[in-house]
Design a protein around this ligand. Structure first.
Ligand SMILES: Nc1ncnc2c1ncn2[C@@H]1O[C@H](COP(=O)(O)OP(=O)(O)OP(=O)(O)O)[C@@H](O)[C@H]1O
Ligand SMILES: [Mg+2]
Length: 231
């Protein structure tokens, strides 16, 4: 694997039900620093499995994941990477319902080096960046789906990750909110130079990324840079 890639998967296989269901079958994929990659493919093609393995939330049955060319092997290394360098946004937001927007974002900083005042400031700045400065003290139940997703993005962002994974972040949103969230993710990618891996069923959104990777039955069947012909 090239040392120039930030995160890469090599020969990743993941099967379920004693091998009857093969979700990923020999996947090689390298994500470069600062690039936006749309991960597309039909339902069941393995996109979420790939995200889970690329973020260390699940383990491959064979193959490995590398960070800057170095194999990540322990839970401890994965935990450190997710704390410092990898942000994740899910379709279902996963906010804690009893905490305010501000507290949900601050939670991502707990156990880190920042003291409480710094945590508060950083969380407020992240909420400000996603356009929710006025909603800091609201609970998730008091916010729209689009607003909740923006809180989740602020939470992923607050630790300044180098790579952000978003698994169908607009899947539960109406078209207006979906566009707001999509534009926010792409803007953040550009302005911070963070790598973005965006799982989406939206072709128009995928085409706004630098690169489109298509999965089919657990295989990468297409890997295309925008402006290039299909490979
Ligand atoms: N825990 C599990 N146990 C059994 N099978 C699983 C499990 N997780 C995923 N699978 C199977 O692995 C395959 C890939 O699933 P995955 O969730 O990655 O698909 P996906 O591309 O994200 O689909 P969607 O677009 O619907 O989200 C599917 O056939 C799915 O049923
Ligand atoms: Mg999925």
């Amino acid at each position: 694997m090239s040392d120039e890639s930030l995160l890469s998967l090599a020969g990743v296989r993941r099967a379920f039900d004693g091998g009857r269901i093969v979700a990923l079958d020999g996947v090689d994929l390298a994500i470069g620093s600062g690039e936006s990659v749309a991960l597309v493919g039909r339902s069941g093609s393995g996109k979420s499995c790939l995200v889970a393995i690329a973020t260390g939330l699940d383990k491959p049955d064979a193959g490995a994941v590398y960070w800057r060319g170095r194999k990540i092997s322990s839970r401890r290394e994965w935990a450190a990477l997710r704390r410092q360098s990898i942000g994740i946004v899910f379709q279902e937001f996963h906010l804690l319902p009893t905490l305010t927007a501000q507290q949900n974002v601050e939670l991502a900083l707990m156990g880190g080096r920042a003291d409480q005042a710094e945590q508060r400031r950083a969380a407020a700045a992240a909420l400000d960046r996603v356009g929710l400065a006025g909603r800091r003290d609201n609970l998730p139940s008091e916010m729209s789906g689009g607003e909740r997703q923006r809180v989740a993005i602020a939470r992923a962002l607050v630790r300044d990750p180098l790579i952000l994974f978003a698994d169908e972040p607009t899947g539960n949103l109406d078209s207006v909110n979906a566009e707001k969230v999509a534009a926010l993710l792409l803007d953040l990618q550009r302005e911070r130079g963070v790598s973005l891996v965006l799982v989406t069923h939206d072709t128009e959104l995928a085409e706004r990324c630098h690169r489109i990777v298509r999965l089919s039955d657990g295989h990468v069947v297409e890997d295309r840079r925008m402006g290039e012909n299909v490979t």
